[in-house]
Write a protein that binds this ligand. Sequence first.
Ligand code: MGD
Ligand code: MGD
Ligand code: SF4
Ligand code: MO
Length: 707
Amino acid sequence: MVSTVGEKTVVLGACPHDCPDTCAMLITVENGQATSVSGNPDHPFTRGTLCGKVSDYLDRVYSPDRVLYPMRRVGPKGSGQFERISWDAALDEITSRFQEIIAEYGAEAILPCSYLGHEGLLNGLTVGDAFFNRLGASISERTFCISGTSTAWLMTYGATHGTDPDTFSHSKYIILWGCNVLSTNVHLWPFIKEARQNGAKLVVIDPVRTKTATQADWHIPIRPGTDGAFALGLMHVIINENLIDADYVENYTVGFAELKERVSEFPPERVAEITGIPAGDIVTLAREYATTQPSVIRLGVALEKQAGGGQGIRAICCLPALVGAWRHLGGGMLQAPMWPFPIRWEVVHRPEFIKAGTRVVNQWQIGQTLTGEMNPPIKALFVYNCNPVTQAAEQDKIVAGLSREDLFTVVSEQFMTDTADYADILLPATTQVENLDLMFSWGHTYVTLNMPAIAPLGEAIPNIELFRRLATRMGFEEECFKLSDEQMAMEVLDWSAPALDGIDMDLLKTKGFAKLKIDLVPHAAGNFPTPSGKCEFLSSMAVDSNYVLPAFRQGCEEFQPGMPVDPLPTYTPQRESPISNPTLKERYPLSLLSAKPHQFINSCFANLPKHRKLQREPRVIVHPSDAAARGIVEGQLVKVFNDRGAFQVPAHVSDITRPGVVVAPLGYWRKLSHAANTVNAATSSAFADLGRVAAVGDSLVEVVSVN
Ligand SMILES: Nc1nc2c(c(=O)[nH]1)N[C@H]1C(S)=C(S)[C@@H](COP(=O)(O)OP(=O)(O)OC[C@H]3O[C@@H](n4cnc5c(=O)[nH]c(N)nc54)[C@H](O)[C@@H]3O)O[C@H]1N2
Ligand SMILES: Nc1nc2c(c(=O)[nH]1)N[C@H]1C(S)=C(S)[C@@H](COP(=O)(O)OP(=O)(O)OC[C@H]3O[C@@H](n4cnc5c(=O)[nH]c(N)nc54)[C@H](O)[C@@H]3O)O[C@H]1N2
Ligand code: SF4
Ligand SMILES: [Mo]
């Protein structure tokens, strides 16, 4: 709490959404009602502003559409017809159904499904893990996001924060690589602006001329899924023209000789053919990037969602070490600087409860899982903090799976989402102003406290309380199920870690946030947290084939013995590109990309009137040449489809996309869309090369007008 003046109290908060910015918020409360939210002006990274999505957060909190009471389904599955029941009745039904299922099929017939709808350490990613692990349920492998990217990063650099975003204003050459900062990471923009005022050049590498690309000094409209070849081509030029930082390479990297041999396969002329970018541009970019220091790369998340995306990111990761960008303040690379947060994930998810050999089910493939043959079959699904119907691939299969009469589905939600419609039992969840939490960030290096500002509305409860209640009902006696919110907040961080030196709960309660004690030029002299202590062009983790990612994604063993992972960065073409798959191209000639919506966070806010009005109805962007070839005109309703499924949206004919590439936004709700389907009806759930993330960006479609 910061201050009370008369009837008004201002409470310290933090945005809970799945966004790299993790804004520090201030919530004004009058007579028990939250009356306004704003950014905390003291926060050095978020600087007192909230984005347009969250600046009216109270519209979300007090929306008449909030789910505020436990409910039981009364209509057919998916109809969204429910009746109010008591918490006791809801918990009784869940626990008795779980017990019946366990008795008949074993606990692995129960599957949790969750993600980062809430990002907090108390109520976020891992909140249900202890409960489900103790139950013996199947493990949900949560690789929706950053899994491939982090794997590539860890293989090259280890668990380092990399370039602190606070230092971007010192950069002289900034590359935003597949990252639409002006929509998805807005608080980084002022730092980029400052750098440009000091003479920095801004380059954007993106198949689409996004809002961000329009602002750049140079936009490179690369063919999707070819970034690996592009980065290898840049390295070809840098090495051939001897633009490397030889001292840095010699002392702080391993595998240069092998890398040099690999990049020799990627001369600019070949790379130009693959990427659609002229060879001259590749040479110019390589020269400018290598010789303008400090240079920095900000990597987005979309690249990993391509068949060869993981190794492509590996190739990009090698660039800053090759040119010695790490020597400088503001030089290097920013991916997701979450690694230095001293989080005790094990306290929350209790890996010791997991029986060896417990089944792992990947959430991207939930459609196949629910509709396919499984032994034991999935008989219960428990969804919280996520909305798989709109967010996971192969939407038709997900809907078919959720429609199964023999599946018992529980959904904990704030709103009646497309997934919640299929619940048998629906449970009300609090919003951030109603709960305590402690936030890490994947976009900056501040820890932030969120204090509850108002009492929970209706009978909503925080996720952490939901799992305490369920554990009690199931008779789980372990101490971890009895920790209060405050106790969990104390347990979940290692307060004695050097990164939290001088930071304690009292400080957070007074200030709201604190910057981790970390080095702002962490790799001026190597010092990478890899097995060799160096930047690994040749990755020893891939060679050993046994690396397991930290607890962040329990049950996700990246490098299982026998799983071939090339220790050198490489280029793997898209599975479904017109070039790599000429047979499929005959029927489906266009590449489909799904961009993050400017006004929504994934599917959050896509049901609120203000946000829908600003985002407008979903449209698929089609290049004028592709539109002309199909007789499609601006605004015409079209069907976008392939063998996996179809969705309908009006066409927006524009040259902001490349010929051959169509772009549809993510996040729109299925039930609020034309023909009740969204972009994920057509996306592929097949895994990319690293991190078991679905290659949703690697999907061919056809577009036809709907008469
Ligand atoms: N407004 C808003 N902000 C968000 C979110 C949101 O939904 N809305 N979601 C949050 C989340 S969960 C995440 S993960 C981040 C994601 O943040 P970003 O990674 O910035 O978002 P994306 O839209 O997935 O992808 C960024 C850009 O990559 C481009 N792209 C697609 N494929 C390729 C490719 O093969 N090569 C290259 N070079 N570029 C490609 C797309 O055209 C897009 O413009 O944003 C977070 N912030
Ligand atoms: N085609 C395609 N698909 C994609 C992507 C893409 O680029 N293209 N991006 C992927 C990425 S990067 C991501 S991160 C995922 C995101 O996928 P999801 O995590 O499923 O995304 P959201 O739509 O934000 O769903 C979060 C849900 O949690 C609910 N929620 C919020 N707070 C709470 C809470 O405290 N308690 C409970 N119980 N519920 C809460 C929200 O109301 C919302 O419905 O989507 C992935 N899907
Ligand atoms: S969604 Fe992102 S930018 Fe918007 S308020 Fe939340 S953390 Fe800040
Ligand atoms: Mo994400």
